[in-house]
Design a protein around this ligand. Structure first.
Ligand SMILES: [Zn+2]
Length: 486
């Protein structure tokens, strides 16, 4: 997060202020040109499927797939990988002709398992020694994975769904090539977005229980899948992991996955360079250098408070009082690191808890931080409750949690750094793409408030939390009250 210091932005901010309107439902501060999914959202469903925290992983009763894998072993990693590839391939056998109206799906020519920590094998002209990757090689129609380091490492960090996600993504690249959707001139971002979208389409099939070996719950299971997307850094034909930006931010990647999950593979096939660049325009122009961290102190809190007042000023909200004192709120349970009390219209902040969240994720110290935006988004979420209270909406329950995520997304969308001037940002506080990714990480965590009601109860499915945030980010405040009125 950073403060803007250019006069151009101040001028832009004052012209935005002319477009004020009253009431959270009447607000028409929308952002043009940003498509969203067709699905309607609610707290107890995930794109129309029941939200559940059931088991995810290999189905215990399923027979292992009988697919030839060069170099494959009978170990845990290869067993999971082979079963996953078999399920993804089975999915495309029916989805491919339905999507492309084009005959039969040709199975992958060659599957290769290798161990990057031991002797090299040649795949696609590359020596696999030290190649901690998984990739699709178009020239040899081959999907290869590293069973030595990459897949077990991801599995240890994110669970069994992580290798499945990686392989479904690589299969997405194979589908692109079969359907002629990409060639060597296609920008990496576009082919990556489409592969993530195809990944989402497969996971819907698995979440519906239709895959033979793999099952995934729409709650905790998909949370893990969404969490791992930002870590996939294949680059077909090149060695190792490469520039994260070329693959899109975590926010872009989760969005693409959700399009495929909600709308199916046709939606992915329709992705073009034009539509992807339009949706992700803001991100392409951002530079890492624009990111600075706001400390957690009184001065920064005052800046964030000003930004919230500016963005939500036209909703009819009576700005809540912010305090660092812990004040009791009748019988209401307080929440950390910020607590909203409707009766006194107060937000109490716990600075030390906010600082823990604001710590960079790689600081090692506590290892629990998400970054400055994640911390201030917790505060914004409590402010969003005051906005709902003023509009006569419930501040407890799952619908309140989703509205909260949507309103925090709307705030984010109105303060986002936008060098090409499509968004007309409000006020002087600015966020950058890394900030949005902090928000996504916090949304997918077990203890965040961005998608939580006044009691701190989070909406159960991370998928629904992120989707609500994204809808607010892309479309502004209007859908926050109209979509989530349950
Ligand atoms: Zn890829």
């Amino acid at each position: 997060m950073a403060r803007s210091s250019t006069t151009r932005r101040l001028i832009a901010a004052s012209s935005a202020a002319l477009a004020l309107c009253l009431g959270v439902t009447g607000c028409s501060r929308t952002i043009n040109g940003t498509p969203t999914t067709n699905s309607s959202t609610s707290a107890d469903t995930v794109a129309g499927l029941p939200a559940s925290d059931g088991p995810s992983g290999l189905k215990p009763a399923a027979q292992d797939a009988d697919l030839p894998v060069e170099g494959g072993t009978s170990g845990k990693t290869d067993t999971l990988a082979t079963n996953a590839v078999a399920d993804v391939q089975q999915y495309w056998r029916s989805a491919y002709p339905e999507t492309f109206g084009d005959g039969k799906f040709r199975p992958i020519e060659r599957l290769v398992s290798y161990d990057s920590t031991s002797g090299g094998r040649r795949v696609c002209g590359q020596d696999t020694a030290g190649l901690a990757n998984a990739f699709y090689c178009p020239a040899e129609d081959t999907i290869a994975w590293d069973r030595g380091e990459l897949l077990p490492g991801l599995r240890n960090t994110f669970g069994a769904m992580a290798p499945v996600t990686v392989l479904a993504h690589e299969f997405g690249h194979a589908v692109q090539h079969r359907a002629g959707l990409v060639d060597e001139r296609t920008p990496t971002l576009v082919s990556e977005q489409q592969a993530d979208c195809f990944t989402g389409a497969f996971f819907r099939h698995a979440a519906e229980g239709s895959a033979e070996h793999i099952r995934v719950s729409t709650g905790s299971g998909l949370n893990k899948v969404l969490g791992v997307l930002g870590y996939i850094r294949d680059e077909p034909g090149r060695t190792g992991f490469s520039d994260a930006r070329a693959h899109g931010s975590a926010f872009d990647r989760v969005s693409a996955f959700q399009y495929g999950f909600s709308d199916g593979p046709k939606r992915c096939a329709e992705m073009t360079e034009e539509s992807v660049t339009e949706r992700t325009t803001q991100f392409r122009f951002w530079k890492q250098a624009q990111e600075t961290d706001l400390p957690v102190d009184e001065q920064s809190i005052a800046q964030v408070e000003r930004s919230l007042r500016e963005v939500f000023g036209d909703t009819g909200v009576v700005p809540p009082e912010l305090t660092t004192e812990q004040r009791p709120c009748h019988d209401e349970k307080s929440t950390e690191p910020a607590s909203y009390c409707a009766t006194s219209n107060t937000i109490s902040l716990n600075l030390s808890a906010l600082r823990d969240i604001a710590a960079p994720p790689d600081s090692g110290d506590r290892g629990t931080g998400y970054g400055d935006f994640a911390a201030y988004a917790q505060l914004a979420s409590r402010y969003a409750l005051a906005v709902q209270e003023a509009a006569g909406l419930e501040v407890t329950g799952d619908a309140a949690g989703l509205r909260t995520a949507c309103l925090v997304g709307a705030w984010s969308g109105l303060i986002v750094e936008d060098p090409i001037g499509r968004r007309n940002p409000v006020g002087r506080l600015r966020i950058a793409p890394g900030d949005l990714d902090e928000g996504i990480a916090s949304l997918l965590s077990d203890d965040g408030l961005i998608a939580a009601d006044a009691r701190g109860e989070q909406v159960p499915a991370g998928f629904a939390r992120v989707e609500a945030f994204r809808i607010g980010f892309q479309q502004g405040m209007t859908p926050c009250s109209s979509e989530y009125d349950a």
